[in-house]
Ligand binder design. Structure first.
Ligand SMILES: O=C(O)C1=C[C@@H](OP(=O)(O)O)[C@@H](O)[C@H](O)C1
Ligand SMILES: C=C(OP(=O)(O)O)C(=O)O
Length: 468
């Protein structure tokens, strides 16, 4: 763990006084992709497994944890707060928790790197501890809004001093016994929902979150797995009302938690195979939680040949094995209510749309503007830079498909600005694999936040991606 973290210190652009050297990467047009690949563990579930392990009594063992930098930041923060997190020789992680309310004041600033999930969920945890902590992040995270969590957590009694606009760095002083609240989310956000529920763990009584649209429910599932009482009521509006009973005894599960492969990360090789002529790839054990699978529903509506077999349950989450073959895609209209189930997948869907016949319309995607970059602007720029026609507005984007795969459709030849955003970086490289000309990205460092080994995995399937 320690070795891994010091290696990561070389890639995080956190300290403006010593910026990390950019690593340009190029994807050259390539042939068919073939083979079977193991996609890294789910980022959302990995963060939560480490955090809940850190809050539980006993030792939690976690298998197939994502070792991307985002999750390492969560692990580092929990160590600084008194839990122990160790990586074993076999790759599994062991977390020894301190019990709810048992975290202790960190001696230094907690650096959450590039990770919105790490920062926002941790603020929820800290709101339930009567200690003071200081949080910061990299150049991307310091631009992202934290007031979406500080507002409800302040209602529960936590105190904050933030930079202007509610941004990091910030100081939080929590409460040993926060006030239980009922909170209706102003935006569909699993991070905000989770922050309030995690603060609610320390409260006396019931804390309720009402979400207008269902968002990823890994917090609810995994908290139950650790012994908490969480009730979920489906609302007629399509939303949910979620209640956690405070001050449970969180207990480390007897069996190890196996983290499914990340359906968001899988999107990159899947789309690459769909658009590169003559491809056929297999991806085992991909997470199929219905709050996460909007990309695959959309791709199948576009005509994608994605077969999902052997559906089963692993560690409280549904998974299945994917087989993907090159497909002639057609443009679709993505229903806005699907957005929460594919919120991180619009960049790679836009790449698929660039190779489809006809236009793909995406609406209700304003949230893309507050991710690691302004993804709506970054995706539009990525495609235009490579000869694809895009229209965009405040919360919508229309991609005019070129209708051609295998070097027929997208001209390519551009250099894409990634803005410290892993998903923009990987989307651009996938676009380049099937384009007429190479596609460059200005910096590939961010890829390691969610998908360590992405370039090697793609090259193992037959791509030609290298440092430029
Ligand atoms: O809760 C989570 O693990 C996440 C929630 C989503 O963010 P929002 O809650 O901001 O939509 C998503 O974009 C992020 O990658 C992971
Ligand atoms: C938005 C993302 O993550 P986070 O909010 O955790 O930085 C993402 O992984 O696409």
């Amino acid at each position: 763990m320690t070795a891994q973290i010091s290696a990561l210190n070389g890639t995080a652009e956190t300290d403006p006084a010593s910026p990390v050297t950019a690593r340009p990467v190029i994807a050259k047009p390539g042939g068919p992709l073939r083979g079977t690949v193991k996609v890294p563990g789910d980022k959302s579930i990995s963060h939560r497994a480490v955090m809940f392990g850190g809050l539980a009594v006993g030792e939690t063992r976690i298998l197939d944890v994502l070792t991307g930098e985002d999750v390492v930041r969560t692990a580092e923060a929990f160590r600084a707060l008194g839990a122990s997190v160790d990586m074993e020789a076999d790759g599994s992680w062991r977390v020894r928790g301190v019990g709810i309310g048992g975290l202790t004041e960190p001696a230094n600033v907690l650096d959450m790197g590039n990770s919105g999930t790490a920062a926002r969920l941790l603020l929820g945890v800290l709101a339930g501890h009567g200690i003071t902590a200081f949080l910061t992040g990299d150049g991307s995270l310091r631009k992202r809004p934290m007031n979406r969590v500080t507002v409800p957590l302040a209602l529960m009694g936590a105190q904050f001093t933030t930079r202007s606009g509610g941004r990091l760095p910030l100081a939080i002083t929590g409460k040993d016994e926060p006030v239980p609240i009922e909170y209706e989310l102003p935006v569909a956000s699993a991070q905000v929902k989770s922050a309030v529920l995690l603060a609610g763990l320390a409260a006396r009584g019931a804390t309720t979150v009402i979400e207008p649209q269902a968002t990823r429910d890994h917090t609810e599932r995994l908290l139950r797995h650790f012994g908490a009482t969480v009730t979920v009521e489906e609302l007629e509006t399509g939303g949910r009302r979620i209640t956690v009973t405070g001050q449970p005894e969180l207990t480390a599960p007897k069996q190890p938690i196996r983290v499914p492969a990340d359906p968001s990360s899988a999107g990159f090789p899947v789309v690459a195979a769909l658009i590169a002529e003559g491809s056929e790839i297999s991806l085992p054990s991909i997470g199929l939680n219905e709050t996460r699978t909007g990309l695959y529903t959309s791709l199948q509506e576009m005509g994608a040949d994605i077969v999902i077999a052997n559906r089963r349950d692993e560690g409280g989450e549904p998974v299945g094995d994917f087989t993907v073959k090159t497909s002639a895609l057609k443009g679709i209209e993505v229903p806005p209510e699907r957005a929460p189930s594919m919120i991180d997948e619009y960049p790679i869907l836009a790449v698929a749309a660039a190779y489809a016949e006809g236009k793909t319309v995406m609406r209700g995607i304003h949230e893309l503007r507050v991710k690691e970059s302004d993804r709506l602007a970054a995706v539009a720029a990525l495609l235009r830079e490579n000869g694809v026609t895009v229209e965009d507005g405040d919360d919508w984007m229309i991609v005019h498909g070129t209708g051609g795969s295998n070097g027929q459709g997208v001209p390519g030849g551009g250099t894409v600005e990634t803005h410290l955003d892993h998903r923009i970086a990987m989307s651009a490289l996938v676009l380049g694999h099937a384009a007429q000309n190479p596609v460059r990205i200005d910096d590939g460092n961010a890829i390691g936040t969610s998908f360590p080994g992405f370039i090697e995995l793609m090259n193992g399937l037959g791509a030609d991606i290298s440092t430029d």
